[in-house]
Write a protein that binds this ligand. Structure first.
Ligand SMILES: Nc1ncnc2c1ncn2[C@@H]1O[C@H](COP(=O)(O)OP(=O)(O)OP(=O)(O)O)[C@@H](O)[C@H]1O
Ligand SMILES: O=P(O)(O)OC[C@H]1O[C@H](OP(=O)(O)OP(=O)(O)O)[C@H](O)[C@@H]1O
Length: 229
């Protein structure tokens, strides 16, 4: 229960990423009585104590959240469904759709590119994405042959520079596509962030974890209403 670095921490550790997910998770955590005592944007500290001595936050890359929870370094985590689908989410229980960081995983091309025509001709499409597995599955299901080009960010640049014919990326407001003269042509998945729990820990320590999971689920209902999105 002590949060000093010299004493082993015996409480609940929640992994989440800085930026969008941190910002949107904060109000849900606050409703559950969990308020970080350190601001990750102004501190280099990666383990953040909270107003609840038995709960701490660890700040990791968005795509590293599943690994921390799968391996038990964190009890709970907040991860985008895009990350969970891409990585498989093996061994993770996903009890709560937090309904934050909502966006869509989409196929996009340069405005004016004849996507349907290219597919109809059986052309081999060059597709740039950070979501190689999801993109491969999407195009395989459509029977479209693709050369996948793995990128780690700024996917929108790929069609503009001739690196790729299409991208698979997240779209929310559509501003990034518009600003780069791209257009969405297919929706692959509706994305939001999920609360994830180590499946084995959930079975073993359910009594300890369930109150926090339930408090966060209640925070989601109070924030967004009861209806399923
Ligand atoms: N434009 C967006 N609108 C809403 N949600 C988004 C948007 N972009 C990403 N997300 C969601 O937020 C999550 C975290 O995105 P963020 O940009 O903070 O990290 P990242 O840079 O994609 O991850 P990493 O640091 O691991 O490369 C994504 O996995 C996705 O679920
Ligand atoms: O439709 P919009 O509202 O414009 O959002 C879409 C953008 O958001 C995400 O990038 P993000 O802002 O997370 O930047 P990063 O992944 O490059 O850090 C995504 O990769 C798009 O580039």
């Amino acid at each position: 229960m002590n949060q000093s670095s010299t004493t082993p921490f015996t409480g609940i550790t929640l992994a989440l990423s800085k930026g969008r997910i941190f910002g949107e998770t904060l109000p849900l955590l606050a409703r559950a009585g969990i308020v970080p005592l350190v601001d990750p944007d102004s501190s280099r500290q990666l383990i953040l104590p909270t107003s609840r001595p038995d709960v701490r936050l660890v700040i990791v890359r968005a795509s590293d959240v599943p690994t921390y929870v799968q391996r038990g370094a964190a009890d709970l985590g907040v991860a985008g469904l895009d990350v969970l689908l891409e990585q498989g989410g093996e061994g993770l229980y996903q009890p709560v759709d937090l309904r934050i960081a909502r966006c869509r995983l989409m196929v996009a091309v340069s405005q004016g590119f004849d996507y349907e025509g290219a597919i109809g001709r059986g052309a081999r499409l060059r597709v740039a994405t950070k979501y190689a597995k999801l993109a491969r599955e999407h195009f395989a299901a459509k029977g479209v042959h693709v050369d996948l080009i793995k990128l780690y960010g700024s996917m929108e640049l790929a069609p503009l520079t001739g690196l790729a014919d299409a991208i698979v990326d997240l779209v929310s407001s559509g501003n990034t596509l518009r600003a780069n003269a791209l257009e969405a042509v297919e929706n692959i998945a509706e994305i939001s962030s999920r609360l994830v729990v180590n499946g084995a820990a959930w079975k073993l320590y359910r009594e300890r974890l369930a109150p926090v999971v339930e408090a966060i689920a209640q925070g989601v209902k109070e924030t967004f209403g009861e209806e399923v999105p």
